[in-house]
Design a protein around this ligand. Structure first.
Ligand code: HAM
Length: 451
């Protein structure tokens, strides 16, 4: 018989499998984020991953995100749809569709897709955490969301995060400023890099974002947006900065900060992780997008928000040596050297009582099973051999922490749950240091009996 070689597939370029324990770390990151959000009165919104292409065109038809990077296609019913490249557009579409009570303060955690050139910290599929607040024209709201992000970074232990901030002014200010920048850059067109000459035609402000060496001097001498701000815009910006000062949130004003999406008005900001390479050190960004709801066919509504890149935040955590991966949390590893029946039944009963338990499948010698128990990081081994089975008992062997020095002991199978519940559920999750709990703090779900 000839053997057919099967093709071995790989994840698509720019897309990654997130495996344990990294997956648990990401989940913990999201938990820390939504804890901060809920503390500030933001609640979760879950928009679809696919939207009508038109929703994303409102993000800016002259941006790379829309023109070059979008995964758009014709659906089976011939409609043009796209995988979301970011979440603000979908959230604002949902706002316009459902018209919730104002102010509408929401947070989200979701996957986005951009057909970019993959590199470290830049992927084609990436997760964002973010907030959006609609229906309030108050600079204090800008301060509120920036402070929220800053508390989140602090909760992870990140210290080297710089907040860059700017104001792009109202729609008219921005238009006038864009025109001034366009005329200025046109005068220097041939000194610009080739890529920036193309950008100049499509979206002059984006040239200010160029990192190319040959563009830097021209960018440094470009007109400043501060000179084009209306009185209202300047007042709004001043109150945002005063609010940040009052809360002790430090920032660096960056008059060249224009951001990659077209919907921004007035406040714009970015968080840069100083511990990362400057090409990919933006771990988040946001700003006001007053006018986006109108562009989606809704009523004129102010909006402000930000999105943070999960992958880059974790890279920043690695670079700063903070927010380490949690060790696996397993309470009990069941060893059964007889038939496996007890392992099957006891793991089930422990899990039903809220105690995490695992076992080795396919049996094996006592030595092999002990090795698996060691590897699992479990706090206790519950051992069932011929003797234990005959006596309707198990051997309870502490594996970690202070108790690991203690003696193993025989326990009636029926008393195993109450015996384990002597260790508080708090310390069950704290692998290193566990103490017998006083009976009042023992987890009541653990106090049943095993049969
Ligand atoms: P953005 O700056 O395009 O803004 O993305 C926010 C963050 O997502 C970036 O700072 C970065 O950390 C992460 N990110 C973006 N692209 C990638 C990628 N290809 N790979 C890995 N991470 C990436 C927005 O998306 C706006 N919706 C933010 C916003 C919300 N503005 C107002 N509300």
């Amino acid at each position: 018989m000839t053997e057919t070689r099967r093709e071995q597939f790989q994840a698509l370029r720019g897309m990654r499998d997130i495996l344990p324990p990294e997956s648990a770390r990401r989940r913990e990151l999201t938990k820390q984020f939504f804890t901060q959000c809920e503390l500030a009165g933001y609640h979760e919104v879950v928009p679809p991953i696919l939207e009508d292409l038109g929703v994303f065109l409102r993000v800016g038809e002259a941006t790379d995100v829309v023109t070059k990077e979008m995964y758009d296609f014709v659906d089976k019913d011939q409609s043009r749809i796209a995988l979301r490249p970011e979440m603000t557009a979908g959230v604002v579409r949902a706002f316009v569709q459902h018209r919730p009570v104002l102010p509408w303060k929401v947070w989200y955690a979701g996957t986005n897709f951009r057909h970019e050139r993959p590199q470290k910290g830049r992927y084609r599929m990436f997760d964002q955490l973010g907030v959006e607040a609609l229906g309030v024209d108050d600079a204090d709201l800008d301060v509120e969301i920036i402070a929220l992000a800053s508390r989140f970074f602090a909760s992870l232990g990140l210290r080297q995060v710089t907040l860059l901030i700017n104001s792009l002014g109202e729609h008219e200010d921005r238009e006038q400023y864009t025109e001034a920048v366009r005329l200025y850059l046109l005068a220097h067109q041939y000194e610009l890099s080739e890529a920036s000459q193309v950008t100049l035609e499509l979206n002059p402000l984006r040239v200010l974002d160029s990192k190319r060496r040959e563009d830097q001097q021209i960018i440094a001498d470009a007109p400043l947006v501060a000179d084009y701000l209306s009185e209202d815009s300047a007042d709004h910006y001043a109150r945002v900065l005063a609010g940040l000062d009052s809360l002790g949130v430090s920032y660096t004003e960056d008059p060249r900060l224009v951001r990659g999406l077209d919907y921004y008005r007035r406040t714009t900001f970015e968080f840069a992780a100083e511990a990362l390479d400057s090409a990919q050190n933006a771990i988040g960004g946001g700003g006001r997008y007053d006018g986006l709801a109108e562009a989606m066919g809704g009523p004129a509504t102010d909006g402000v928000g930000f999105a943070l890149g999960v992958d880059r935040i974790l890279l920043a955590c690695d670079a700063e040596g903070v927010f380490a991966t949690d060790p696996t949390r397993l309470d009990v590893f069941v060893i059964d050297t007889v038939s496996g029946d007890a392992a099957r039944d006891i793991t089930h009963q422990l899990r039903s009582a809220g105690i995490s338990a695992d076992r080795r499948f396919g049996g094996g010698s006592m030595k092999a099973q002990m090795k698996s128990a060691d590897k699992s990081g479990a706090r206790f081994a519950v051992i069932i051999g011929e003797d234990e089975l005959a006596a309707n008992e198990v051997t309870l062997r502490p594996m970690l922490g202070q108790e690991s020095d203690g003696e193993q002991r025989r326990v009636a199978t029926a008393d195993l749950l109450s015996e384990l519940s002597r260790y508080s559920s708090q310390t069950v999750t704290d692998q290193i240091d566990f103490q017998p709990a006083d009976s009042a703090s023992a987890d009541p779900t653990n106090s049943g009996t095993l049969t």
